[in-house]
Design a protein around this ligand. Structure first.
Ligand code: KG4
Ligand code: ZN
Length: 343
């Protein structure tokens, strides 16, 4: 099937999201977020997220079908995030997808949320680029991947040893009283700050680290350094702290991503996940990749954070590649490894 019509369901965290694609064309992208219900807790509360998914899932499917101007019976396959994520949240999506696929008599693909983040790029950039290095930076994960085939072969080159990049943004934002989610808040305020104002540490970039952990990340030292700076500098300039903190993260992410491209000889890079929406990361990536002769692809900011289009996109690529659907009833897997693209 060359242009399959696929409905994708994403409920791994706080977004109930439905996407519909035909081949590589995005027809609908509906997102119901419970982020405001979590904001006063400074992070996502799993029970609140699960209940919000239950309330939002059916209306979201209905409005996506309307937006795409299709009928549910036209769909060739259903795809759903099977993991990783919050187990109660994932279960709502998986159970709904199972019911929908069974009711329609269509194949069901249980897919990996992380692979879906990377594959959404295939909706924006039509030219396939495999193999590619992928820098995946979200609220729950930060990893460098070698993608030989997005539907079946992903190798983890390195990952964070502590906080994910997005998590670091969220925590520093909370300490600075900038709200949740922290990434967009810091991104915004950093635009009026001086990125060179404070020289915050770059985690795992010492000579010995390049020998032993070239593609791993660590942001806990940076987090402590910022917290300490705020403590001893009562009249700190918020914009300068935000810009300097952001610069440290962006610098390390790009140093390691480009090193991975150079070492593997793969001169193409995809940046995906919520943090890929960061304006400074996008600018620095463009600059450094151009200098290093690496072709760079970053999905549009709206497709970087969690959405259903990315799940539908991966489902569509699976169908086109002739991959087998997930057979029988299956469970959500909260700690699904990135190498496992589908169940
Ligand atoms: O991929 P995503 O939507 O959800 C997960 O799978 O985790 O990523 C959410 C993360 C949050 O930590 C959020 O603060 C971060 O992405 N984020 C950003 C920006 N927009 C979202 N981080 C930095 N700059 C942004 N503009
Ligand atoms: Zn995500």
């Amino acid at each position: 099937m060359s242009e399959p019509l696929v409905l994708g369901i994403e409920t791994s965290c706080d977004e109930t999201a439905i996407g519909i694609v035909r081949g590589r064309t995005l027809l609908a992208n509906v997102i119901a977020s419970s982020v405001e219900e979590h904001a006063r807790f400074g992070g996502v509360v799993p029970e609140i997220a699960s209940r919000a998914h239950l309330e939002a899932i059916l209306p979201s499917i209905e409005s996506a079908v309307k937006e795409a101007k299709i009928s549910l019976n036209d769909i060739d396959a259903v795809a759903v995030t099977a993991g990783p994520g919050l187990i109660g949240a994932l279960l709502v999506g998986v159970a709904s997808a199972n019911g929908l696929a069974l009711g329609l008599g269509k194949p069901l693909y249980g897919v990996n949320h992380l692979a879906a983040h990377v594959s959404v790029d295939f909706l924006t950039h039509l030219q396939p680029i495999e193999p590619t290095i992928a820098l995946l930076v979200s609220g729950g994960h930060s990893s460098l991947l070698q993608v030989d085939d997005i539907t079946s072969s992903i190798t983890k080159l390195g990952a964070t040893m502590d906080d994910a990049a997005g998590e670091a943004f969220d925590k520093i934002s909370r300490i600075m009283g900038l709200g949740f989610p922290g990434g967009p808040a810091i991104d915004r305020i950093a635009q009026s700050g001086d990125a060179k104002a404070i020289d915050f540490p770059r985690g795992l970039t010492q000579a010995a680290d390049w020998q032993t952990r070239p593609y791993d990340f660590s942001f806990s030292g940076l987090k402590s350094a910022v917290a300490r700076y705020l403590e001893v500098t009562p009249d700190y300039a918020k914009a300068d702290v935000a810009a300097s903190f952001q610069e440290s993260i962006v610098d390390v992410l790009m140093l390691k991503a480009i090193a991975a491209c150079t070492a593997t000889g793969i001169n193409s890079l995809v940046i995906a996940g919520g943090v890929a929406a960061n304006s400074r990361l996008r600018a620095v990536a463009q600059e450094r990749c151009a200098k290093a002769g690496i072709s760079l692809r970053i999905p549009s900011p709206g497709l970087c954070t969690d959405n259903g289009a990315m799940v539908a996109a991966l489902g569509s690529l699976m169908v086109t590649a002739g991959r087998a659907p997930t057979e029988g009833a299956f469970d959500a897997s909260s700690s699904l490894q990135v190498e496992q693209v589908s169940l």
